[in-house]
Write a protein that binds this ligand. Structure first.
Ligand code: 3HC
Length: 488
């Protein structure tokens, strides 16, 4: 991340001194910079001369003393408070009195870091996102003792770097990591419960919701050690069990599988590793497909099945007689379907189906669904041009179980007065490349649907934070059509 931040400053024409702990780390950092700018040259985004000039603006050293003349220092060392305190005490001694000391901490208290210096008013958070040259957000974190005017000055600098600043107070995880890591940790927890596989969860969120990466790919990008530490900090502040780092994170971190930076985390990042072969999808050997449910999704599936030459029988959930003899019964639903299955003469033939966006369909197997029925429905899903996501028959399946609590957390953050809806939306779009911010998503999905989905999740998992935020509940009760129009 340090190399990425150095690149951002150098790209904007500023001179940078890159300090690393030792020669090996320094040469890795230099390698990152050469690789990243080299890619830009190869893609025609930069000329070789511009690359040389950019790299020429960066001096590499292992001596902190070389920072004596710097106007601004941005710290990006591992997320261990003891290391940060030691470094800031050193920087305070080395740097000129007017220098501003910034931390790129992901979630640690900027106030606590500032307190280790004799210039706490000149210490500020300047939080970049991975990969720093690409992600457009910078969270500017002010503390209660930050000098007046400094946040604006740093925000102005962020703009000069081509970034969009969002200024926030010093709370664990700030805006983005507080929302993002809660969601990523929740994805780990769902994986651990066996609800769905790593790849199915990744596909559901990437293809279904349109996020640039699935949660496990993103955890690998952030680094599992950093992710673990952020969750730990969130937990220390909130004392909520869901923020406690998922055990699988600890296991992987202990094994040294930290994600991209070590070549393996949830995924293997070895370029030579063979790609896993896609599952073969044949045409299912069935003569009659039963379809339960109405609405536009049922019409879409029916049309696609008939276009593919399958005979279909349709039933409403209240009367399943028309589908009793079908070879496989597809129940279109965004809630668990086992109660439908047990009303059929052959419950093992029923599979839940939930269309998500334009590209994904969640295929929910109940505890009695046969392997053949689940495979048949996955093949049917592929035939209608969607990616099947296999999952258990639990409230919210995969997508809503992950998305709705994240949206609820955003409403709670707004309710707590930590940031405005517009800032939270901008932070998630620019910091994580999300296609829309949480409030934009709430309005697109409909606040009542999200509130009801959260109620169902709460009823199933009994996780207190899944209970709809009072603000969300009240806006639905008041009948307001959208959240953004109401909260401004
Ligand atoms: N360094 C520099 N540039 C990079 C890069 C890197 N590591 N990775 C990708 N890029 C550039 C590419 O060169 C390309 O540039 P171009 O458009 O000028 O040619 C551009 O980014 C797009 O790259 P690709 O086409 O190779 O790949 P994708 O389109 O898949 O995009 C991605 C890659 C930008 C990483 C995208 O997947 C994404 O936005 N992912 C989400 C990342 C995210 O959520 N980050 C925030 C994490 S939280 C955090 O960092 C906070 C911390 O405190 C934990």
């Amino acid at each position: 991340m340090g190399a990425g931040i150095a690149e951002v400053f150098a790209r904007a024409g500023l001179r940078v001194i890159g300090v690393e702990a030792d020669e090996a780390a320094l040469s890795r950092g230099r390698g990152h910079l050469e690789g990243s700018t080299g890619r830009a040259v190869a893609r025609g985004r930069m000329t070789a001369e511009e690359q040389a000039a950019l790299l020429g603006r960066i001096a590499f050293t292992t001596s902190r003393d070389d920072l004596a003349g710097a106007d601004l220092v941005v710290e990006a060392i591992p997320e261990v408070m003891e290391f940060k305190r030691g470094l800031f005490a050193d920087l305070d001694r080395i740097c000129k009195p007017s220098a501003v000391l910034a931390t790129n901490t992901s979630s640690l208290s900027v106030t606590a870091i500032a307190a280790t210096t004799s210039r706490p008013a000149q210490v500020i958070g300047m939080h970049f996102f991975n990969p720093a040259p690409v992600m457009r957000l910078v969270e500017v974190v002010r503390t209660v003792v930050t000098e007046d005017g400094l946040p604006d000055e740093i925000a102005g600098l962020a703009r000069r770097l081509g970034k969009t600043p969002v200024t926030v107070g010093d709370r664990a995880g700030f805006v983005v990591n507080r929302l993002l890591l809660s969601y990523l940790n929740h994805a780990c927890a769902l994986l651990e419960t066996g609800l769905a596989s790593r790849d199915d969860i990744d596909a559901a969120m990437r293809l279904g919701v349109g996020l640039p990466m699935g949660p496990f790919t993103l955890l690998d990008l952030i680094g599992l050690d950093t992710s673990y530490e952020v969750c730990e900090v969130l937990f220390r502040e909130s004392r909520e069990r869901r923020h406690a780092p998922a055990p699988i994170l600890r296991e992987l971190v202990t094994a040294g599988l930290l994600g991209r930076k070590t070549g393996r985390g949830f995924h293997s990042h070895d370029r030579d590793a063979p790609e896993t072969a896609g599952e073969p999808g044949g045409r299912p050997e069935i003569s009659l497909v039963g379809l339960v449910g109405g609405g536009p999704d049922a019409a879409t599936v029916l049309e696609a099945l008939e276009a593919a030459g399958f005979k279909a029988a349709v039933a409403e959930p209240g009367d399943l007689t028309p589908v009793a003899e079908a070879d496989v019964v597809v129940a279109l639903s965004d809630t668990p379907v086992v109660e439908l299955a047990v009303r059929l003469p052959r419950p093992e033939r029923l599979v839940g189906l939930h269309l998500v966006g334009e590209r994904v369909a969640e295929v929910a197997a109940t505890v009695v669904t046969s392997r053949e029925a689940a495979e048949t429905v996955r093949d049917l899903v592929r035939m209608i041009g969607r990616t099947p996501v296999r999952c258990g028959d639990r409230a919210g399946f995969v997508v809503n179980a992950l998305l709705y609590p994240y949206l609820n957390d955003a409403v709670r953050m707004l309710e707590a007065g930590y940031a405005s809806a517009a800032d939270i939306d901008a932070a998630m779009r620019l910091g994580c490349g999300y296609p829309a911010g949480p409030f934009e998503m709430l309005d697109a999905i409909g606040i009542e649907r999200v509130r009801d989905g959260l109620r169902a999740l709460y009823a199933e998992y009994r996780e207190p934070s899944f209970a709809p935020a009072p603000l969300l509940d009240q806006l639905v009760t008041a009948g307001v059509p959208g959240i953004r129009a109401h909260v401004g």
